[in-house]
Design a protein around this ligand. Structure first.
Ligand code: C5P
Length: 404
């Protein structure tokens, strides 16, 4: 069976010279069994005609909201909702900027704004436009967006005669990216994972608690990444102020304290293929919780006696079966590698993700993270500072490599 059998791909063409290669891409997609619908910007018709595109795609090509002669309306919503993947190739500097900032002054942009489908963007332009901080910033905005893949432009000879980065990858390369996108989507089909996220709150009295600054962003990004690859996810989340993921394969279990998180994970873990412990669980809880608000009155000091919370990751490490994978996090301020390696062993984890509060942009509350993955054999892989969504991809890639 062809690798893209029955997949509906919406190809959006904007007005750059590389547009002349799009008919070849469409042919390749159709050969692989895909159904292709083309939307092009009016300006791109200067580079590749609607006739060429409709001939190769075997469908009418749309570039206006209305058909001038007949007054027929092309619903951007219908086009947007009727595809498994939108590929915007080539994406010019102008189109990239509009995609990044949500302008919708042509049909292609309106379809982009309306699509729930994943989007692959293939920038192509001259070297200076590509390297311009505005373009690089737009590429970053789009790469950080959920369900967006931005392909890197290639180095080489450009239509202007200049040499540098800005070439659109060849149609065969784009095709491979599309095929691996769909393959990746199913890599975790049939698997179930438990993900812990956020802080825990340990109650002192009805209005006060001991907590921490964890936002839940890292754990939520991991849950979303697992689900996007076909896994079922039980997301056990402490109290957070960010929105819960809205994916049909993610079940959210809301908990408050470490004991509640422990109970939830204990029930879910045995039936799972593994767990990723991204929560910042309070190590201790008050021995007792006051029924009424504790009054300041004439106290000059005040002590709270604490007792130890269960170590959820370590406990699951003890009952873990051979076919289950567990992943922990270590947020360290000093001696990071040594502490993380110790935790890897003591919690019987398959790998641990170290992030240091010393790295700018890492740790609690930020949108970015800089991680090092430490394996059982003490092999270390250092990653760049990235958006937490991209960090989640690296972590899940690592997990997938261990499943094989
Ligand atoms: O020991 P430490 O708290 O640094 O370990 C961090 C790792 O252990 C994280 O993956 C965290 O989610 C997990 N953990 C846990 N239960 C605890 C404490 C930590 O699951 N009580």
């Amino acid at each position: 069976m062809p690798s893209l059998d029955g997949k509906k791909i919406l190809v959006g063409v904007s007005g750059g010279i590389a547009a002349y290669k799009i008919p070849i891409l469409i042919r390749l997609l159709i050969k692989e069994g895909a159904e292709v619908q083309v939307v092009q910007t009016p300006y791109s018709q200067n580079f590749v005609t609607p006739l060429t595109l409709s001939t190769v795609s075997q469908k009418p090509v749309y570039s206006e909201f209305f058909e001038q002669n007949t007054g027929d309306w092309h619903s951007h919503i219908e086009l947007a909702r009727n595809c498994d993947l939108m590929v915007i190739a080539p994406a010019t500097a102008n189109t990239l900027s509009k995609l990044a900032y949500g302008q919708a002054d042509n049909l292609l942009l309106a379809v982009y704004m309306a699509t729930p489908a994943p989007v692959m963007i293939v920038p192509a332009m001259d070297v200076d436009m590509y390297n311009h901080p505005a373009t690089q910033n737009n590429i970053k905005i789009l790469s950080d967006r959920q369900n967006h893949i931005v392909l890197e432009a290639e180095e080489g000879e450009l239509a202007s005669g200049l040499t540098g980065k800005g070439r659109m990858p060849e149609p065969e390369t784009i095709l491979q990216e599309i095929i691996s996108f769909f393959q990746k989507k199913n890599t975790l089909k049939g698997k179930t994972f438990v993900v812990t996220a956020g802080p825990t709150y340990e109650k002192i009295d009805p209005v006060r608690f001991i907590g921490n600054f964890s936002s839940g962003k890292m754990g939520f990004a991991i849950a979303e990444e697992l689900a996007s690859r076909g896994a079922k996810v039980h997301l056990v989340s402490g109290p957070v102020s960010i929105p819960y993921p809205n994916h049909p394969a993610i079940t959210v279990h809301k908990v408050v304290s470490a004991l509640e998180m422990h109970d939830a994970v204990k029930k879910l873990f045995p039936e799972s293929d593994g767990a990723i412990f991204a929560a910042a669980v309070a190590d201790f809880r008050p021995v007792s919780t006051a029924n009424n608000k504790i009054k300041r009155e004439n106290k000059t000091s005040f002590e709270i006696k604490l007792e130890k919370n269960p170590d959820i990751a370590a406990e699951m490490g003890k009952i873990k079966k051979d076919n289950q994978i567990t992943v922990g996090f270590a947020l360290e301020t000093d001696e990071g590698l040594q502490n993380a390696s110790k935790k890897l062993v003591s919690k019987n984890l398959d790998f641990i993700v170290l992030n240091s509060l010393k790295d700018k942009g890492s740790g609690f509350g930020t949108d970015t993270n800089k991680i090092t993955i430490i394996d059982k054999g003490n092999k270390k892989t250092v990653f760049e500072l990235k958006h937490k969504r991209k960090v989640a991809e690296d972590i899940v890639n690592h997990l997938v490599s261990l499943l094989k």
